[in-house]
Design a protein around this ligand. Structure first.
Ligand SMILES: Cc1cc2nc3c(=O)[nH]c(=O)nc-3n(C[C@H](O)[C@H](O)[C@H](O)COP(=O)(O)OP(=O)(O)OC[C@H]3O[C@@H](n4cnc5c(N)ncnc54)[C@H](O)[C@@H]3O)c2cc1C
Length: 346
């Protein structure tokens, strides 16, 4: 059994901690919320979407990652006694000839047949959506309730005396490296200023989202997401998450007027029902130039590892790659070269 410290309790640190605990390791987690800003995991809706982008491309390794994610979050659900996983459908609003054409091509392609249905006139969202659209359904989508799972897991760590509520100071690396057999950094975008891991092809992006309410409307969908320029996901009756912007240049991690305008504009193109913006949120995603996770131990300091770079898809990626990393750490299996940090040289 190894004594392991995980730094960061976003979705990456939480799923890695849980995976290593499940493999019988002696796991501690250090995390202190930033006073001024939110983490990506606090802002994300936790949506898993199999088919994304203008060309409706299937997400990388989707079938394998989805099966792992579902199994992991359902086990966590049982263990923590709260609802974490929700199976959902995505109703994709289609209007332009090019998108209708792309949709038709994809929905008839053999490896998409389980995922996409023909575009239809009607939909659960139709009474609330802007007219003159067709609706194509994306199946095998889901939502992982980060907002429930992370605080409950944190509380369990606290009760077990395994939560260290402080920020990791890199000047204490030697001290912690003597107290623990492994130090695993799951610091989200802040990993880009870690002295040993800042060379890893980071390309962090800012994202902004709204929580909106549309109360008093009978029949508002509770298990369908609406997607066009933005994505509208049910949170609880009458309450929806709307997101998100994707900005490469920014000066802070706070909600901005530009982000607000982008979200409003996209909502106007999607909804005809009145809504109220309850909250405007922003955070920085740990995105990487090649859009693949960052996993591995430092070549010179093998006690120090990183599990990061989950980018825009933390919910889908975390379970499979946490298991993969855990096997590497405990049994010495090879890391997949696509995620191995050695693809970036110092
Ligand atoms: C607007 C928006 C919408 C998104 N929507 C989705 C979505 O629908 N589905 C999806 O899968 N993903 C989504 N994402 C992406 C998702 O949020 C990320 O993939 C994921 O949250 C990254 O998790 P993480 O644990 O790596 O980082 P974070 O969530 O940033 O967590 C890092 C944690 O480490 C802590 N920390 C950092 N440094 C230290 C230190 N030195 N000492 C102690 N603690 C430290 C931080 O305080 C934080 O708690 C979205 C992101 C944004 C911004």
């Amino acid at each position: 059994m190894k004594k392991i410290l995980i730094v960061g309790q976003g979705i990456a640190g939480t799923v890695l901690a849980w995976t290593l605990q499940g493999l019988g390791q002696d796991v501690y987690v250090m995390d202190a919320p930033d006073q001024q800003t939110l983490s990506a995991s606090q802002v994300a809706a936790g949506i898993i979407n199999p088919v994304t982008g203008k060309r409706f491309a299937k997400s990388w390794m989707f079938e394998t990652l989805f099966a792992h994610a579902r199994a992991c979050y359902l086990q966590l659900e049982t263990q923590l006694g709260v609802q974490i996983w929700q199976d959902l459908r995505i109703e994709r609003m289609l209007q332009q000839p090019e998108e209708l054409n792309n949709w038709s091509l994809r929905s008839h392609a053999p490896d998409f047949s389980n995922f996409l249905s023909d575009a239809e006139q009607t939909s659960q969202w139709q009474p609330f959506a802007q007219p003159n659209h067709l609706f194509g359904v994306i199946h095998h989508a889901a939502r992982v309730r980060f907002e429930t799972m992370l605080p409950v897991f944190r509380q369990q760590l606290l009760l077990a005396g395994r939560l260290i509520q402080q920020r990791f100071d890199y000047q204490d690396l030697d001290k912690f490296a003597s107290d623990f057999e492994l130090l695993l950094f799951c610091e989200g975008y802040r990993g880009n200023s870690h002295p040993l891991f800042q060379h890893l092809g980071w390309n962090v992006t800012k994202g902004e989202a709204f929580h909106i309410t549309m109360e008093g409307n009978e029949g508002l969908p509770s298990s369908e997401i609406l997607k066009k320029g933005a994505l509208i996901a049910p949170l609880e009756p009458g309450k929806y998450w709307v997101g998100s912007t994707n900005e490469w240049t920014f000066t802070d991690a706070l909600p901005s007027a530009t982000g607000h305008a982008w979200l409003k504009n996209n909502l106007e193109h999607m909804l005809k029902t009145p809504y109220q913006v309850e909250t405007h949120l922003a955070a920085i995603r740990p995105t990487v130039k090649d859009r693949r996770p960052l996993i591995g131990t430092h070549p010179q300091f093998p006690k120090l590892g990183i599990f990061n770079g989950l980018g825009t898809k933390g919910a889908l990626l975390a379970p499979y790659w946490a298991q993969h990393f855990a096997q590497h750490l405990l049994q010495g299996t090879l890391l997949d070269s696509q995620v191995d940090i050695r693809r970036f040289s110092a």
